[in-house]
Every structure is written in structure tokens, then in C-alpha cells.
Design a protein around this ligand. Structure first.
Ligand code: IPD
Ligand code: CA
Ligand code: CA
Length: 262
């Protein structure tokens, strides 16, 4: 086993442990009386976002004291070596704050700038999604694949609305156009989990306009490793640091792109 493979396998087990620990903590405090504050007009952060992030960062630091970590609430902690951790301790904060059971923990790792691992844990359903670059994606240990649906009219799609008013207006135009061409269109409120649902074939496609890398890093790898396609809305390549993303099973990708353009 080469150094990279060996290191990443240790990194993956730490990522899984951290996601499970944080996720279980989140579930145990769901619908309890935790503090909620506002980062913006409609952008919330709860006491549990911070607590979950601390659990994850402490767990990473136990084994990897010098790795770089980019976490939503705490920002960037510089480090040395090839790994960068990208952490969303609670994706779906609005849902969580309202006791709506659709949220997750999302952890991804880049190795020398290449997205290499993704772990997403939904503590409500006890579903653990794992993706390894070049090695596929799994759900609770079983390989997953995107759907085979190739007709938009028979597709179940999902989108998300950012906290930015202008972006909401732009996405309403897309929503309005696309809903009439699909079977149904959801807005579930956790981009990381939405992407995992594309990866395992529950959704046929997902898009959003204004995302951060911690929202999508793990989920994006999940879709790609499950055989799907991820691009910008016009089909051009995008990275996890670009705000917009279109993720599908691949078969409806160009049809959805065309609709978005029209
Ligand atoms: C949000 C969720 C939501 C998406 C927003 C994200 P947060 O993340 O993923 O589904 O629409 O754009 O910011 O704030 O719950 O971690
Ligand atoms: Ca998020
Ligand atoms: Ca979050």
C-alpha cells in the first residue's frame, strides 16, 4: 500500500467516526431548548452547529494535529501536509432549528488539492454515505448508483434556495420553468443530503445557485463516484469553490441544461 492510500484510509476512518459522533449528538438534542442566533436576516446558527463542529475538529486534531481544516463556523485553520478537511458540521440548520428531520453532517477531504473522500451522515435515518475518489460510493457499506431515468417528465428533481435575496429571485425563475417539465420538484433544505439522494437514485437531479464548498464537497464526490455528472449550469467544469452546481444522473443533464438556458 502506498503512502497516499494508507494515509487516506486512516483519514477516512477518522472522518466516519467524527461524522457519527457529531450526528448522534445532533439527534440527541433535536427538538430541545438550544440557543439559536442569526448570522444574517434568515441565516441561522444554533448552539448545536458549534458543538458538532467542535466534536469534529477535536476528533481530527487527535490524530492529525497539523492538517488544514476549513470548517463552516470556525473558518480556516492552516496546516501542513497534503490534506485539507472541509467540514459542514450541520447541513440543514434551518430544518434542525425547526425540528424538521432533514439534516446531516458533511465531511470531505482534499489530497493535494484533489477531492478524495466524502462522508455524509444522516443521524435520523442512520444512513452513512461514503465516497472515495476512483473507488465508488456506498450507503451503509453497500455500493450505490445514480438512477437510470432519462426523461425529464419522469424525473424527481430537487433544488435549494440560498440565504441571499437576489439569488432566491433568480432561482424562482428556474423553479417556475423547470417544475412544469418534471414529475415533481423538491426543496429539502440540506444540499449535502440532496446530493447524496442524487447519488443513490432517489433524486434524478439537483441544482443550486449559491453554495459554499462545505455544503457540497462530500456530496459532489458522492454523485460523481455513483456515476452521475456535476457541472456548472451551462455544462462547463466547476470546482467545489464555485457557487453554482448542477448534479444529475448524467442522462437528464443536457436536457436540464437546455431548460436552464432557455
Ligand atoms: C444550507 C443548506 C441549504 C442550502 C443553503 C445552504 P446550512 O446550509 O445546505 O439546503 O439551500 O444554500 O447554505 O446553512 O444549513 O449549513
Ligand atoms: Ca451547509
Ligand atoms: Ca452548516
Amino acid at each position: 500500500m502506498d503512502v497516499k492510500t494508507k494515509s487516506l484510509s486512516k483519514v477516512l476512518s477518522v472522518a466516519q467516526e467524527a461524522a457519527l459522533e457529531a450526528g448522534k449528538m445532533l439527534l440527541s438534542h433535536l427538538r430541545t431548548d438550544f440557543r439559536v442566533s442569526k448570522k444574517g436576516r434568515i441565516d441561522l446558527v444554533t448552539e448545536m452547529d458549534l458543538k458538532a463542529e467542535k466534536i469534529i475538529v477535536d476528533r481530527i486534531r487527535l490524530d492529525f494535529p497539523d492538517h488544514e481544516i476549513l470548517a463552516e463556523e470556525g473558518g480556516k485553520q492552516t496546516g501542513s501536509g497534503p490534506c485539507r478537511w472541509i467540514v459542514d458540521p450541520l447541513d440543514g440548520t434551518t430544518n434542525y432549528a425547526n425540528g424538521y428531520r432533514f439534516f446531516c453532517v458533511s465531511i470531505a477531504v482534499e489530497w493535494e488539492g484533489q477531492l478524495s473522500l466524502g462522508v455524509v451522515y444522516d443521524p435520523v435515518t442512520e444512513e452513512l454515505f461514503v465516497a472515495r475518489k476512483g473507488e465508488g460510493a456506498t450507503l451503509n457499506g453497500q455500493p450505490i448508483q445514480v438512477s437510470i431515468e432519462d426523461q425529464l417528465v419522469d424525473s424527481l428533481l430537487c433544488t435549494g434556495f440560498s440565504y441571499d435575496q437576489t439569488e432566491i429571485e433568480k432561482n424562482l425563475e428556474l423553479f417556475d420553468r423547470i417544475i412544469f417539465h418534471s414529475r415533481a420538484l423538491r426543496r429539502d433544505g440540506s444540499a449535502a443530503l440532496d446530493l447524496c439522494y442524487v447519488a443513490c437514485g432517489r433524486f434524478d437531479g439537483f441544482w443550486e445557485l449559491s453554495l459554499n464548498c462545505w455544503d457540497i464537497a462530500a456530496g459532489r464526490l458522492m454523485v460523481e463516484e455513483a456515476g452521475g455528472r456535476v457541472t456548472a449550469f451551462d455544462g462547463s467544469p466547476c470546482t467545489i469553490y464555485d457557487p453554482e452546481l448542477l448534479a444529475t444522473n448524467g442522462k437528464i443533464h443536457s436536457k436540464l441544461m437546455k431548460l436552464m438556458k432557455s
